[in-house]
Ligand binder design. Structure first.
Ligand SMILES: *Cc1c(COP(=O)(O)O)cnc(C)c1O
Length: 381
């Protein structure tokens, strides 16, 4: 008999989600607005805003939509250039192209796997010399690991370029005790099915002023001018979150911290296994300033001398046991669709892609699941 499949990261409901969804049905708020949308935004704001920063949250249909609106609010237009971490999911870069702009891809540094400050600055200088100032920097907290927040901010300020913080994978992570999702000039979250909490599909834009939030909501609801009839002076989008989905989100916010704790336990579980194997390096926080939600636990496997063990050996051994794992994100500058885009780097992201593997990391993994995973891993080493 085939064992049930163990997934990389599957949705994990807390219990009260259905109450909020029922409320939406009972009151007939089945629309992209309503009390759950407002309640969900307030819950995120409270969660991120413990340090009393001025933050506003707009719940949207996806993280991708949030990135698109962040680019629009940053003034990105046709022909502009936007700097973007290469090692990421394609959704970080696609909205740059929606705006008719060109992504300029930047390599990672090896400690956080995120934006290399060195190559970022090199790229800015070179683009300036070529006559164009980049309009924004898309910085990502990959797999929940905060990027080098201080270094990237210092460069952004020095050249006066806004940061769009892609915190899709990093809700619950922090840097110097400040929550990810609060570091960008604009920031985004994702609530896709595989993320740390989900609304089945959804996202949020975090802004620092009420005016920016209002502008985002205006654009997300078809850019309708104040008039009794339908009047439009700008191109709008249909990007608002539904009140039903937001109900799921309200329930999920109640269990966010326990999800973070469980994913961090999963990371400890893997660390304990892999500390025994020299060829494997588990992706961990470089020092105590970084706090990762460990959305996904990842390893790099350097092939042993006889080449009997490499990333693929482990991936295939797990697959045979019906356990899902996946190579790291393939860098954007290696993707056929972005072949034309300039790239500044020096093989760090290529190396990560060649050696790296993401392991099952859901907050709903059971002790039995973990035992099966451990046996499958130990059997190949
Ligand atoms: C998931 C993800 C997104 C996109 O979010 P969606 O809600 O799926 O549109 C963007 N960036 C990164 C890094 C992601 O992992």
């Amino acid at each position: 008999m085939k064992q049930p499949k163990i997934y990389l990261s599957s949705p994990h409901m807390g219990g009260s989600e259905l109450n909020y969804v029922h409320e939406a049905f009972d009151t007939n708020w089945i629309a992209p607005l309503g009390p759950n949308v407002t309640g969900f935004e307030d819950a995120i704001q409270d969660y991120l805003n413990k340090e009393n920063r001025n933050l506003e949250v707009a719940a949207l249909s996806s993280g991708t939509a949030a990135l698109h609106l962040a680019l629009i609010l940053s003034g990105v237009e046709r022909g502009d250039e936007v700097l973007c971490q290469s090692m990421t999911f394609s959704a970080s870069a696609n909205p740059i192209v929606y705006q008719g702009a060109t992504p300029i891809f930047i390599d990672s540094e090896p400690e956080t796997w995120n934006l290399s400050p060195e190559h970022l600055e090199r790229a800015i200088k070179d683009r300036l010399q070529k006559g164009k100032k980049p309009k924004a920097i898309v910085a990502v907290h990959l797999y929940g690991m905060p990027y080098k927040v201080d270094e990237v901010r210092e460069i952004a300020n020095r050249y006066d370029i806004p940061i769009i913080e892609d915190s899709a994978e990093a809700l619950g992570s922090s840097y110097d005790s400040q929550k990810c999702g609060t570091f960008g000039d604009l920031s985004i979250l994702s609530f896709n099915g595989n993320k740390i909490i989900t609304t089945s599909g959804g996202g949020a834009l975090i802004t620092h002023t009420k005016a920016q939030k209002e502008k985002a909501v205006f654009l997300a609801t078809q850019a309708r001018d104040a008039a009794p009839h339908y009047q439009h002076s700008e191109i709008g989008y249909n990007y608002r979150m539904s009140n039903v989905a937001a109900g799921i989100g309200r329930g999920q916010m109640e269990v966010l911290d326990t999800h973070v704790a469980k994913r961090r336990e999963n990371h400890k579980f893997y660390k304990k296994i892999f500390d025994n194997y020299n060829e494997v390096c588990i992706f961990s926080e470089p020092n105590e300033r970084f706090f990762s939600n460990h959305w996904l636990s990842c390893v790099q496997i350097t092939p042993n001398q006889t080449k009997t063990i490499c990333r693929e050996t482990l991936r295939l051994a797990l697959e045979k046991e019906h356990i899902e794992s996946r190579p790291l994100w393939k860098p954007m500058h290696l993707q056929p669709v972005f072949k034309y885009a300039p790239y500044y780097g020096d093989q760090v992201s290529e190396g990560l892609f060649n050696l790296g593997l993401c392991l099952p990391s859901g907050s709903n993994l059971t002790t039995t699941d973990l035992e099966r995973i451990k046996i499958a891993i130990d059997s190949i080493f």
